[in-house]
Design a protein around this ligand. Structure first.
Ligand SMILES: [Zn+2]
Length: 248
């Protein structure tokens, strides 16, 4: 079985632009990691991870040599990518170089894909609640403006699968970083946080037109056949990969 990948209508229309979000389908990992676990730093069998990665990149017809890979730390740091390889400790990557494919890994956190078709610049963001609290999405758009002269009205964006509000309980301390509009009380001391809506609001606040935001909308916590979930599986959770870049 070939790896099953998710793509977005809003990004598919651009020739030369490659993007993908992996699912569990079509991988070789066993047990709790069953499926296409692409997480390099998970406790899964190393050979299975390597095989899964090969399967995934073969389907996309991309060489692993051309990937940019950040050390994800739930920060608001944006890496300006000039060459493939390790992209430093950060949670967002941007580039305007062809032949480099930006990647991040997630399991519940949201991946955000950005593409400016006028400046031929791409961005990829990893946003969990810490990233959202620090507005990493807004800071990535600002970096695309600063470094590549992008205009928000030319940027098409897609938000991949992540943990949706009904499954995402947070405590009072975490909730304090967010507005009431994205919180639903859940008992005395807890709230359900709508991370996806938070990210949409950040995109709009930084000038992205609402009709240039596509959301997958599926919940990684609910759909266990399709997605890994850190909230559901804890330390024994695999990872999905997001990827975006312009082909040579
Ligand atoms: Zn759910």
């Amino acid at each position: 079985m070939k790896p099953e990948i998710i793509t977005f209508t809003i990004l598919k229309k651009f020739g030369g632009l490659m993007h993908a979000f992996s699912t569990r389908k079509g991988g070789l990992s066993k047990g709790i990691f069953a499926g296409l676990n692409l997480g390099l730093n998970t406790n899964d069998d190393k050979e299975s991870i390597a095989e899964n990665r090969k399967l995934f990149f073969d389907v996309l017809d991309i060489s692993e040599k051309n990937l940019a890979i950040p050390g994800q730390i739930h920060s608001d740091r944006v890496s300006i990518v000039e060459e493939p390889g390790f992209a430093g400790e950060s949670d967002a990557l941007i580039t305007n170089k062809r032949g480099i494919f930006l990647t991040i890994q997630t399991a519940d956190c949201f991946p955000v894909f950005l593409f400016d078709s006028k400046q031929n610049a791409v961005g990829l963001v990893h946003s969990g609640w810490r990233g959202a609290a620090q507005n990493i999405v807004g800071k990535t758009i600002q970096s695309m403006r600063d470094y590549y002269n992008c205009k928000p009205e030319n940027i098409s964006t897609a938000i991949g699968p992540g943990i949706q509000q009904n499954c995402y309980q947070v405590d009072r301390k975490t909730a304090a970083y967010f507005t009431n509009a994205v919180l639903k009380p859940d008992g005395e001391n807890h709230y359900l946080l709508d991370l996806q809506l938070t990210i949409i609001n950040q995109l709009i606040n930084y000038g992205i037109p609402a009709d240039q935001i596509e959301t997958d909308g599926r919940c990684t916590h609910c759909e266990k056949e399709l997605f890994y979930s850190y909230r559901r599986d804890g330390n024994q959770s695999g990872r999905m990969m997001s990827l975006i870049g312009l082909k040579n």
